[in-house]
Design a protein. Structure first.
Length: 269
């Protein structure tokens, strides 16, 4: 008997007035799976992530997260169910120290009374130490403990994106939603990313949905791929099969697909 999906989307629709962003989208994320979500700009990929993490309320259809009705929940409630999210641009708090920013990953479970903090109650300092420890563990997993005391604004762009992944890992999720993690990375970090995503899956047991334009990364890291085009599912299947479909290539990849795939050499995990 197959395990229950961590996330199950059925006939999802999203529209803003007359503009239909998503139409009749269905997908499942299995435990231990890395699922690629690809498509041209404007296909609805980020909007789908926004529905999954509660930033958008779908217009129709159903989302089940860990067996619960996710489409009725707010973002912080979905985070508590075990879904974490990274963003295309990384952190929006550039002056924050790295460690403090990663600690935000546990904000959903962190309730601190101002009065208790002011008088130094033991449970407050104990919780702070625990959260700090989890954040340092997340940084260490990504070999970033050496930048814990630096400002985010002082880091190269690629390292800032890795710190955002550390923030998401600090929430100790079951599912990680990654929005274009390779965007803006240099060749060295880009080559390591597929191995990192597999380590997150294999060592931490975290399933992932990865929005990405780098088809070499998608082929190296993902178990399955879902292609969106104008808000609808165009194809689903193993990466090599789906990316090779003429309908997929005609829709948004074209001849430009061949060169990045041939050049991509992702370092082993």
């Amino acid at each position: 008997m197959s395990p229950e999906p961590l996330i199950e989307i059925s006939n999802l629709g999203l529209h803003f007035g007359a503009m239909r962003v998503l139409q009749d989208v269905s997908l499942e994320l299995a435990p231990g799976e890395i699922l690629g979500l690809v498509g041209p700009n404007g296909a609805g990929k980020t909007s789908l992530l926004n529905c999954l993490n509660g930033a958008y309320r779908p217009s129709e259809g159903e989302i089940r997260v860990m067996g619960q009705r996710g489409h009725t929940l707010r973002a912080h409630q979905i985070t508590r169910l075990g879904v974490a999210r990274t963003f295309q641009g990384g952190s929006v708090l550039p002056e924050m120290r790295v460690l403090r920013y990663v600690m935000l990953g546990q904000h959903f479970s962190y309730r601190r009374s101002a009065l208790a903090s002011a008088i130094g109650l033991p449970f407050v300092s104990g919780r702070e130490r625990r959260i700090r420890g989890v954040a340092m563990d997340a940084l260490a997993f990504l070999s970033l403990e050496g930048v814990a005391g630096r400002r985010l604004s002082d880091l190269p762009y690629g390292f800032g994106k890795l710190v955002d992944i550390a923030r998401a890992l600090a929430s100790q999720p079951s599912v990680l939603l990654l929005d274009e993690p390779a965007s803006g990375l240099g060749d060295g970090l880009r080559r390591q990313l597929a191995g990192l995503l597999r380590r997150i899956r294999d060592e931490l047991g975290i399933a992932q949905i990865v929005v990405e334009h780098d088809m070499g990364l998608v082929q190296s890291a993902c178990d399955r791929v879902i292609v969106l085009d104008v808000g609808q599912v165009l194809a689903v299947g193993e990466p090599g099969y789906v990316i090779g479909l003429p309908t997929v290539r005609d829709a948004f990849l074209g001849k430009a697909l061949d060169e990045p795939m041939a050049k991509s050499e992702v370092a082993p995990s």
